[in-house]
Design a protein. Structure first.
Length: 72
């Protein structure tokens, strides 16, 4: 099973925390982050990136279920 990762460009503030955490999955394009590949192999660091995103712009899906961010 693969995960689907998305960055909402309307919410992204371009902090770069995601790209610093998982540079092989996230990149900064100007003032916004983007996902290098929407489908990835499961990687806990991607969930960490979703959790630390100050704008909650990253979502991680496992099939139809949203598994990140994991905030209370």
């Amino acid at each position: 099973m693969t995960w689907n990762v998305r960055v909402d460009p309307q919410l992204c503030q371009g902090s770069g925390m995601c790209a610093g955490t998982v540079p092989e999955v996230f990149a900064l394009d100007g003032e916004r982050a983007r996902v290098r590949a929407e489908e990835i192999e499961p990687d806990e660091r991607v969930l960490d990136a979703a959790d630390i995103c100050p704008a909650l712009a990253i979502t991680v899906h496992d099939g139809a279920s949203v598994i990140g961010p994991q905030r209370d």
